[in-house]
Design a protein around this ligand. Structure first.
Ligand code: URA
Ligand code: SF4
Length: 197
């Protein structure tokens, strides 16, 4: 059993009751985060999808299957990492997050990052990459995910230094098989990077 961090429990309780944006109206369960409270790697996805909304667990549906394959490929286990999203509740029909929803919800993510203090943040897809890179002073290096995926950036918000690695969102491989190879390449970089450290 890994150690439970009471500060993360406080966030969980707040999110369970949260009504800070209209997504609470259509959620079944929010997805708060899952994994090791002392993880050195945190993965940040976009938002819960259909299955995650039904279970409250991150990446438990189609994209989750691909994500698990990629983790296995990189020789990482879910219990060693922490996984969360920029939005804790599902946007109806899996539409893109609205800026107002990102503004309302990301204070939770910021607190999660401050509590866990990971060495590496892997951002899955455009929305997560943009948000996390901006948070850590990398706005001027942020570009579309097809340009920046698999690169390692040095983030610094004045308090905390962290390596930021933008990755394609695993969902892209559910409708484009070639993307699996791209994703594997990125996870290979991640694997090698962890070994060098
Ligand atoms: N996609 C995400 O970005 N996050 C999840 O938890 C599931 C699917
Ligand atoms: Fe609250 Fe975030 Fe859910 Fe909106 S998405 S209701 S801000 S937890």
């Amino acid at each position: 059993m890994h150690k439970i961090n009471p500060n993360l429990r406080v966030i969980r309780d707040e999110v369970l009751d949260c009504k800070k944006c209209s997504l609470y109206k259509t959620r079944i369960y929010p997805v708060i985060g899952q994994g090791n409270h002392q993880a050195s790697i945190v993965f940040v996805g976009e938002a819960p999808g259909f299955n995650e909304n039904k279970t409250g667990r991150p990446f438990c549906g189609q994209a989750g299957k691909i994500f698990d394959e990629l983790l296995q490929f990189a020789e990482m286990k879910r219990e060693d990492i922490y996984i969360t999203n920029i939005l804790k509740c599902r946007p109806p029909g899996n539409r893109n997050p609205l800026q107002s929803e990102i503004d309302a919800c990301t204070p939770y993510l910021i607190r999660q990052i401050k509590i866990i203090q990971p060495k590496i943040i892997c951002c899955l897809g455009n929305f997560a990459s943009r948000f996390v890179m901006e948070l850590f002073g990398l706005s001027n290096q942020c570009d579309g995910i097809s340009k920046i995926h698999g690169r390692v950036f040095d983030g610094n918000d004045g308090e905390q230094m962290v390596k930021i690695i933008p990755l394609y969102h695993p969902a892209v491989a559910t409708y484009n098989q070639n993307m699996i190879e791209e994703l594997k390449n990125d996870f290979r970089i991640l694997k090698d990077y962890q070994e060098i450290k």
